[in-house]
Design a protein around this ligand. Structure first.
Ligand code: APR
Length: 265
């Protein structure tokens, strides 16, 4: 019996292909797209996983749309306060830190590196990643709803109010979380940078995202169309798994440190 198990284990392809290590070592333009899955090992819930996903418990239409805020700003503000207080207690995990190290190594060898995230938790920045494109905003910022004002206020600078949402210190307009809700446009500048980088990269990683929400979901497709090598890291199959060059089935916090160590140590 043990002979059979040894044979199975020795013939199974390695989790990280040696060719991928060479691709990463030689890459000139690398793009990484992350989703909720990269923060799952920090204890931040994902969105669409059955049972544990945020949208299994809450209705996005009642909490994450401009209409929901117009109808009940207090409820939406309180829900984001609850999420922010939960995220505040979390730390970056080995996956976030491995991406920080990947950026450092690639910049050292004069390659380009673009980190795009759909996450609003700020954990990439906390892990030391630079120039992160936060396509869906950041839960630690708020923004004035008066379009003529558009003042951005860091949450830590807000004075507590008896009846939230708090008001803008400049124009007294109502403040909202500086995140992108369903039905809203993404920050144009960052979106353009993300698209341009994806269209001309030679190596693209899609990590911890179900690739269901546009326009971020199109970025790996743009990279595939540009003949880039595309890697996916996710414990389960997604819409793009069958199309990518290297589908790696596993957790980001396990795979990424191994990949970075295997490439540069
Ligand atoms: N490592 C890698 N991937 C993981 C891990 C992990 N440890 N744990 C879970 N995943 C994967 C899941 O299998 C799933 O495919 O992360 C993915 C999370 O998918 P979603 O919950 O759909 O999150 P995301 O893709 O980031 O959603 C995009 O939708 O609701 C909006 O604005 C919200 O930014 C969010 C957007």
């Amino acid at each position: 019996m043990s002979f059979i198990w040894d044979w199975i284990n020795n013939t199974r392809p390695p989790l990280i292909a040696p060719e991928l290590v060479s691709n990463l070592r030689d890459a000139k333009r690398v793009v990484v797209l992350t989703g909720a899955g990269i923060s799952a090992e920090s204890g931040v819930p994902t969105f669409r996983e059955a049972q544990t996903g945020i949208w299994a418990e809450y209705n996005p239409e009642e909490l994450a749309t401009p209409y929901a805020f117009e109808k009940n700003p207090w409820r939406v503000w309180e829900w984001y306060t609850w999420r922010r207080e939960m995220i505040e207690k979390k730390d970056p995990n080995d996956g976030h830190y491995a991406l920080t190290e990947m950026q450092r190594r690639l910049l050292d060898q004069n390659a380009q590196f673009t980190l795009i995230t759909q996450n609003i938790d700020g954990l990439h920045k906390m892990a030391g990643s630079k120039d992160v494109l936060e396509l869906h905003g950041n839960i630690f910022r708020s923004r004035c709803t008066d379009l003529d004002c558009d003042e951005i206020v860091e949450y830590k600078d807000l004075k507590p109010t008896e009846t939230p949402p708090p008001r803008c210190h400049k124009c007294n307009g109502m403040l909202r979380p500086d995140v992108v809700w369903f039905g809203e446009a993404l920050p144009l500048d960052d979106l353009h940078k993300a698209m341009a980088a994806s269209q001309k990269c030679d190596l693209f990683f899609s990590i911890g995202t179900s690739t269901l929400i546009q326009p971020a979901a199109s970025l790996p497709i743009m990279a595939l169309d540009a003949d880039a090598v595309v890697v996916e890291i996710n414990p389960i199959e997604t819409l793009i798994t069958k199309r990518v060059t290297y589908p790696i089935q596993g957790k980001a916090g396990n795979i990424l440190p191994k990949l970075v160590a295997g490439t540069w140590d």
